[in-house]
Design a protein around this ligand. Structure first.
Ligand code: ATP
Ligand code: MG
Length: 460
């Protein structure tokens, strides 16, 4: 079967041939005909097998055949994604596949100025790709409505229905019109979450290319048992011994990711970190540098585990292994995409062995156990010191100085208001802090609301 056989509109076929796509992947072959009929669908297929095109192409075809003015402050299609980077990437795919159609595609996510988004959305757009937090923020500000949505997509659907997102998702679902087409996609779909999907889907067709939680086909999966404290030394040896084009290194925490980068820098190895404590500018720069091959190593939290498509990632290294098996499937799926091969290496500390077991059970794959290298203890002893903490807790020296200045001014103000040095001294301590917190917390709906949005919508 070729794309020409699927009956897609001519401008879409032209865009596909420009991208050198000839044969639809199995999920595309199965999902596209069903979606062209307008049915709801839950599609499960391994990482890197073209699920984005599976939902984008039939939707673009629908818009090509059913042109309509964009609804004011609204959209015709809404795609939700768990992270900003994935939202941007999906939007780019829509632009690529739809380049010969006159459709507008916009992203909506946090970490960037909201006013620009409000301006862009005011006339309405055809396709919006959003993370839930900022979308709800815009809706609450009456800057946007989703009541005219004709097609609704949940990418990484199981994560979108999981704890962190289910409440915003339920709110969003209530604001969507009843009559709409729903498309849910993921590489994983645990049973209990699949049951939940019934709340959002209308008589869906289920398309599974492989059993859920099947890992990408051409990825060699290895594990090495190692003490947590000695993982950094192992990482340096692996990076030296392996033939690495580009590697994604996953840690469990943001702090852990920064630490790994500092140790790499200390050893003269260039790496960037991407996680939720970085500014959006830093996140974009890091991913872009990695995509362009300007930096070979990207150290990430699970923020980069899902959906991110960077060609040429030869290795995924789990510096810490995830405690949720599905997350392992997504992480290692950053390599071996679109028919390529890849290697996934997991560093397993004693207390992580149960996680390894549950990963092996869920994926039905036994990892190849690789012993510690011969020169390992020497590498542990000679581990170079980490580079100093340059940017602190994501603060530049200038930001730190500004903050210290602000605190000093605030304390001075307290002193002059309270009079005696004694009282002022107390005010510098707990009292001042409490006062400060109360003022911020009691600052009204805006502050409270921002917090709420970050908790629910903003990716880790
Ligand atoms: N039919 C096709 N022919 C050639 N390349 C394709 C085809 N479909 C998709 N691709 C390419 O395959 C890569 C992976 O696609 P995509 O990101 O959609 O995978 P996915 O299934 O969504 O993976 P994940 O589960 O990790 O999100 C992309 O680089 C895309 O351009
Ligand atoms: Mg995807």
């Amino acid at each position: 079967m070729e794309f020409n056989d699927l009956g897609l509109a001519e401008p879409i076929l032209k865009a596909l041939s420009a991208k050198k796509y000839v044969t639809p992947t199995p999920i595309q072959q199965k999902a596209i005909p069903v979606l062209l009929e307008g049915r709801d669908l839950c599609g499960i297929a391994q990482t890197g097998t073209g699920k984005t095109a599976a939902f984008a192409l039939p939707s673009l075809d629908y818009f090509a055949r059913n042109p309509k003015p964009t609804p004011i402050k609204g959209c015709r299609m809404l795609v939700l994604s768990p992270t900003r980077e994935l939202a941007a990437q999906i939007a780019q795919s829509f632009r690529d596949y739809g380049r010969f159609l006159k459709l507008s595609v916009e992203t909506v996510f946090g970490g960037v100025p909201i006013n620009k988004q409000i301006r862009v959305l005011s006339a309405g757009v055809d396709i919006v790709v959003a993370t839930p937090g900022r979308l709800l923020d815009l809706i609450d500000q009456r800057a946007f409505t989703i009541k005219d949505t004709e097609i609704f997509v949940l990418d990484e659907a199981d994560q979108m229905m999981d704890m962190g997102f289910i409440h915003p998702l339920k709110r969003i679902a209530k604001l969507l019109p009843r009559d709409r087409q729903n498309l849910f996609f993921s590489a994983t779909m645990p049973k209990e979450i699949e049951a939940l999907a019934g709340q959002f889907l209308n008589d869906p067709v289920k398309v599974s290319v492989a059993p859920q939680s099947t890992t990408a086909e051409r990825v060699r999966q290895q594990a090495t048992f190692v003490n947590q404290a000695e993982k950094q030394a192992l990482l340096h040896i692996v990076l030296k011994n392996e033939d690495i084009d580009r590697a994604l290194i996953f840690t469990r925490t943001k702090h852990g990711a920064d630490r790994v980068v500092r140790f790499l820098e200390g050893a003269g190895i260039d790496a960037f970190a991407i996680h939720g404590n970085k500014s959006q500018g830093q996140r974009t720069t890091a991913l872009q540098a990695f995509r362009q091959g300007k930096v070979k190593l990207l150290v990430a939290t699970d923020i980069a585990a899902r959906g991110i498509d960077v060609s040429g990632v030869s290795h995924v290294i789990n510096f810490e292994i995830p405690n949720i098996a599905e997350q392992y499937v997504h992480r290692i799926g950053r390599t071996a995409r679109a028919g390529a091969e890849g290697i996934a290496i997991s560093f397993v500390a004693d207390d992580e062995r149960p996680y390894l077991k549950s990963i092996e059970k869920a994926t039905r794959v036994k990892l190849e156990i690789v012993p510690l290298p011969e020169n390992f203890m020497e590498a542990v002893r000679n581990l170079p010191k980490p580079a100093p903490q340059r940017k602190g807790a994501e603060q530049t020296p200038a930001q730190k100085a500004k903050r210290a200045d602000g605190q000093r001014r605030y304390q001075d103000q307290q002193k002059s208001q309270r009079g005696t040095p004694d009282k002022a001294h107390r005010a510098d301590g707990e009292g001042a802090k409490k006062n400060f917190r109360r003022r911020r917390g009691g600052g009204g709906a805006v502050g409270t609301h921002k917090g709420a949005v970050q908790r629910t919508g903003a990716p880790r």
